[in-house]
Ligand binder design. Structure first.
Ligand code: SAM
Length: 251
């Protein structure tokens, strides 16, 4: 039974991204990541000898494409289960690191950092989200570049589907989504059942930023923004576009 607005733990991201996650987000495949990766490569003007970090690489679906264009790709993620999936699909040649984006172990090491598909804004303490920007800039070499694909606040608020039921690979998936009353976060609670038995409760909670708020946070963290897009076809950020894609560099 899914409560109306169950409390989402502040550490939700530590339990949510396990081996069920690729089943819940089955449309987010290696194939679907190809066009996104090519767009990011083009925007960032990736060079073959650039050192690239896929920050929050998950199952490595973008790395599968990045590795064709750069010889030095590294993935970092918190989830051991998703890193295992990445290792299986990518083979042994690509370094995959288990780490927390709040504590990145790099200093002026990368030419490029990619951060795909809403892998940001997870922390309820805004200082921690700000710290992630600071860590990214610290991990970049001088003049290093970055690409972040985040969600668009206005679109998310206008298009939220409050409740859905579906099945995925034999699991019954019941999802509730809501915006916090001050508009600051979008939350999702999921219950997964199989054959009438409850398998897992999942929480997700992500900070919502306007274009100005996102820009200010990035600039405060030492970034310069070169372009912002509302989707992967270079549309501008607008209420009609679901994404807020930022291309920038270290100040
Ligand atoms: C929405 S998924 C996106 C994964 C991947 N970028 C993709 O597009 O398939 C978010 C990813 O962030 C990772 N993650 C969550 N919290 C993290 C943290 N504190 N530090 C590093 N990675 C984290 C999750 O394990 C998950 O793989």
């Amino acid at each position: 039974m899914l409560a109306n607005k169950p409390k989402i733990s502040s550490n939700w991201f530590q339990n949510t991204f396990d081996s069920l996650y690729p089943i819940l987000y089955a449309h987010r495949t290696i194939e679907a990541a190809e066009a996104e990766t090519l767009f990011s490569i083009q925007q960032i003007r990736l060079q073959r000898d650039d050192r690239v970090l896929d920050l929050c690489c998950g199952g490595g679906r973008h790395i599968a494409h990045l590795a064709k264009e750069s010889e030095h790709v590294v993935g970092l993620d918190y989830s051991p289960q998703l890193l295992a999936i990445a290792r299986e699909s990518l083979g042994t040649g690509i370094p995959l690191i288990r780490g927390d984006m709040r504590y990145l172990p790099f200093h002026e090491h990368f030419d490029v950092i990619m951060n795909y598909f809403t892998s940001f804004g997870y922390f309820q303490d805004q200082h921690e989200n700000q710290q992630v920007v600071h860590n990214m800039m610290d991990a970049l070499k001088p003049d290093g570049r970055f690409f972040i694909d985040y969600m668009n606040k206005e679109w998310a608020i206008n298009n939220i589907e409050n409740e859905t039921h579906r099945t995925a690979e034999g699991f019954e998936v019941h999802e509730r989504r809501w915006i916090e009353s001050n508009g600051s976060r979008i939350n999702k609670a999921t219950i997964i059942n199989r054959g009438g038995d409850e398998i897992k409760h999942i929480g997700e909670s992500v900070q919502l930023y306007t274009e100005d708020e996102f820009s200010q946070m990035l600039e405060k963290g030492g970034a310069v923004i070169d372009a912002m897009f509302g989707d992967y076809s270079e549309a501008g950020v607008s209420p009609d576009h679901s994404r807020m894609i930022v291309v920038g560099r270290k100040a």
